[in-house]
Design a protein around this ligand. Structure first.
Ligand code: GLA
Length: 396
């Protein structure tokens, strides 16, 4: 009897399976709009997801971040209320619109008593809010970590995971507790992705201070990922935060940011204003060769093979025996790459993979310029401008 109970309880505690066998892709309102969101914006985003080719490239979820709610819950029912000024027709018709386009819809809330922007949090309302999301047809929940003093993270996220499961509408559960409580050690059965760091900002390197908090540049976030790859895999992903492509960095910096996110098997959640997206930004976000690396079926994160003289070299094993390789110039000056494959033996001891260019010859394809760069028999030579990237696929 006891055995059965424990078994049932474990089953009950599990998240929805098979929703994120590859890293989730979509768009989220926060990085550009913060709480300044509304119905028309979301409809426009849904339309552009289709016309821009983003949906075809794999972007699926449209996620409303903080600021979608009214400041108080319904005094009678305790239900959350979508802000009637921002969403005059409520959320149901908007979600139906998004679903009618073949896209999926996500919402944000927080494990604490309030969200980070001061809207009603979920603490004590987990089952009620889960039911609210399910009735709306919500497909994705980002769950934040503000106002959580004295709360145990594993307990809080497990409670919400169980509540979502009980509400019975399949939901991708995105934990956003910034890596404070090492979610990679306990969240694989709780959710589908977990933030590994504090917030990103559209800056290539370093930290940006906002007084009592700070946000991280792209490379600063990258520095925090290297030891976490063993925890990620199909259905449970490290999340180094949403994309800042198209939000003010240079084209080279955007390419580098996107390339490393693909090497890391990171969720690809665009955070730019799609209505004003340049052709350059669109071509970065919809580069199918890059996205194929991110979404590779093997689901093994890449690793930093070398970090020397401000040039990093990353390797990622792929499902068909190919490898993705990424050279990043972190410095403010140009660098030359002079990489003799014949002198390198690349081993991924964690996942038992090895690349031996001495015994196997690979074709080299540049995934940004779409040019063939010969084979691994000859030395790879290239000039890398400041903050730029060379992203290649070694084809077996
Ligand atoms: C936190 C999260 C962000 C965003 C804001 C919303 O800072 O890390 O991604 O959701 O809250 O207030």
């Amino acid at each position: 009897m006891l055995h059965l109970f424990v078994f049932n309880n474990q089953l009950f505690a599990q998240k929805f399976e098979n929703l994120a066998s590859t890293p989730p892709m979509g768009w989220n309102s926060w990085n550009t709009f913060q709480t300044n969101i509304n119905e028309q914006l979301v409809k426009d985003v849904a339309d552009i997801m289709i016309t821009s080719g983003m949906k075809d490239a794999g972007y699926t979820y449209i996620v409303l971040d903080d600021g979608w709610m009214a400041l108080e819950r319904d005094p009678k029912t305790g239900d959350l209320i979508p802000d009637p000024k921002k969403f005059p027709n409520g959320l149901k018709s908007l979600i139906d619109y998004i679903h009618s386009k073949g896209l999926k819809f996500g919402l944000y809330n927080c494990a604490g008593t309030k969200t980070c922007a001061g809207y009603p949090g979920t603490r004590g309302f987990e089952y009620q809010d889960a039911r609210f999301y399910a009735l709306l047809g919500t497909d994705y929940l980002k769950f934040d970590w503000c106002h959580t003093e004295d709360i145990n993270a594993k307990e809080a996220y497990t409670t919400m995971s169980k509540a979502l499961r009980t509400a019975a509408h399949p939901v991708v559960f995105s934990l956003c507790e910034w890596g404070n409580n090492k979610p990679w050690e306990w969240a694989a059965s709780v959710g589908h992705l977990w933030r590994t760091t504090g917030d990103i900002t559209a800056q290539f390197d370093g930290i940006k201070s906002y007084g009592n908090w700070h946000a991280n540049g792209v490379m600063t976030i990258v520095d925090m990922q290297d030891t976490l790859r063993k925890f990620a895999g199909s259905g449970h992903w490290n999340d180094p935060d949403m994309l800042e492509v198209g939000n003010g960095m240079t084209a080279a910096e955007d390419r580098t940011h996107f390339s490393i996110w693909c090497m890391l098997a990171a969720p690809l959640i665009a955070g730019n204003d799609l209505r004003k997206m340049s052709e350059a930004t669109k071509s970065i976000l919809t580069n199918k060769d890059l996205i194929a690396i991110d979404q590779d079926a093997l689901g093994i994160e890449g690793f930093r093979y070398r970090d020397k003289d401000s040039v990093q070299i990353w390797f990622r094993p792929l499902h068909n025996g190919d490898w993705a390789v990424c050279f990043v110039n972190r410095s403010s000056v140009s660098k030359t790459i002079d990489f003799n494959w014949q002198n390198e033996t690349v081993t991924d001891d964690l996942f038992n993979k090895a690349l031996d260019p001495k015994t196997t010859t690979y074709q080299i394809r540049d995934l940004w310029t779409k040019k063939d760069l010969g084979t691994t028999k000859k030395i790879l030579k290239a000039n890398l401008l400041s903050h730029d990237v060379l992203m290649i696929r070694l084809i077996k």
